[in-house]
Design a protein around this ligand. Structure first.
Ligand SMILES: C[S@@+](CC[C@H](N)C(=O)[O-])C[C@H]1O[C@@H](n2cnc3c(N)ncnc32)[C@H](O)[C@@H]1O
Length: 269
C-alpha cells in the first residue's frame, strides 16, 4: 500500500471518529488542497474539531463558480442555487440589461452567479459585515465581475433610493432556538449574524418586506423549511404580489418570488 493511501486511511478514520459524515471524501479533498503531509496533518486536526472544509481550503464552488470563503462569511449552500434557477425562469432574456440588488450578499455568491448569466446586467450587493464585504469584493474581482458589481456596507436597503429589476436575498432565517440544534460545523464556526432570524426566524423578512416593495422589481427571497406561507403573508401585507414558491432539489419550498406593487405617489402622501 502506498504512503498516500495509508495517510488517507488514517485520516479518514480520525474524521469518522470525530463524527464527520463523509470522512473518506473529505480526507481526499483536504489531501488535494494540502498536497503535502505537514499541512495535511494540520487540516485534519482542524476538521476533527469540526471546522468546515470550505474554511480550511478557503474555497467553495457555487453555480460552477469558485468562491473564496473564510471565517466570518457564510459558506454558499447548494440549496441557494434554486435562487439562480428561479431568476433564470422569470427573466429568460439573457441579454437583458437587468439592475440587480443582493441584500446580505455574504460571499457575493448569488450576485456573482446572476451576473454571470446576464452579461449586460449590473448589480449592487449590500452587506453589514466588514469581513464578508471584503470577501465579496475579492470574489467579484477574481470572477472578473468587478466592473459590473459594487459591494456596499449597509443595513439592508435603508440607504438605497434606486429601483431594481431583480432583488435577491438570502437573509438569516434560522430561529434563535434552533441554532443550538445545528451541526457544530455550522453553529460553532459560521457567523451568527448570517444564521439568526430571531424568535421565529422571520425577523429579517419582516424588515425586508417593505423595502422590497419600495425598490423592486421582482424579489426572490430564500426561506427555511416550513416558512413559505408565513413569508408569503408578510410580503403580501407589505403590498407585494406573491407569484409562487420555487422548490429546491429536495422538494422543499426554498424561494418565494414576489412582484413589487408600489403605491401610486398620490396614495403615499
Ligand atoms: C444567510 S447569509 C447569506 C449570504 C449569501 N447571500 C449566501 O447566500 O450565501 C445572510 C447575510 O446577511 C447579512 N446580514 C445580516 N443582517 C444584515 C443587515 N441588517 N444588513 C445587511 N446585511 C445583513 C449577514 O452578514 C450575511 O452575510
Amino acid at each position: 500500500m502506498s504512503d498516500e493511501r495509508e495517510i488517507l486511511r488514517a485520516a479518514s478514520a480520525r474524521l469518522a471518529a470525530a463524527g464527520v459524515d463523509n470522512p473518506r471524501l473529505e480526507a481526499r479533498v483536504l489531501w488535494e488542497a494540502a498536497r503535502d503531509p505537514a499541512p495535511f496533518e494540520s487540516f485534519i486536526a482542524r476538521r476533527e474539531k469540526r471546522e468546515p472544509v470550505a474554511y480550511i481550503t478557503g474555497h467553495k464552488e457555487f453555480w460552477s463558480l469558485d468562491f473564496q470563503v473564510g471565517p466570518g462569511v457564510l459558506i454558499p449552500r447548494p440549496d441557494t442555487e434554486t435562487m439562480i434557477e428561479s431568476v433564470l425562469t422569470e427573466f429568460p432574456d439573457r441579454a437583458a440589461k437587468l439592475r440587480v440588488l443582493d441584500l446580505g450578499t455574504g460571499s457575493g455568491c448569488i450576485l456573482a452567479a446572476v451576473l454571470s448569466e446576464y452579461p449586460n446586467a449590473t448589480g449592487l450587493g449590500v452587506e453589514a459585515s466588514d469581513t464578508a464585504r471584503a470577501i465579496a469584493t475579492a470574489n467579484m474581482e477574481r470572477l472578473r465581475l468587478g466592473t459590473r458589481a459594487e459591494i456596499r456596507p449597509g443595513n439592508w436597503a435603508e440607504a438605497l433610493d434606486e429601483r431594481f429589476d431583480v432583488i435577491v436575498t438570502n437573509p438569516p432565517y434560522i430561529s434563535t432556538a434552533d441554532i443550538a440544534t445545528l451541526e457544530p460545523d455550522v453553529r460553532e464556526y459560521e457567523p451568527f449574524g448570517a444564521l439568526d432570524g430571531g424568535p421565529d426566524g422571520l425577523d429579517a423578512v419582516r424588515a425586508l418586506a417593505p423595502e422590497l416593495n419600495r425598490l423592486g422589481g421582482t424579489s426572490f427571497v430564500e426561506i427555511g423549511i416550513g416558512q413559505a406561507d408565513s413569508t408569503a403573508e408578510i410580503l403580501s401585507a407589505a403590498g407585494l404580489h406573491v407569484l409562487r414558491a420555487a422548490k429546491d432539489l429536495s422538494g422543499i419550498s426554498r424561494i418565494v418570488i414576489a412582484q413589487s406593487q408600489p403605491l401610486p405617489k398620490k396614495e403615499l402622501e
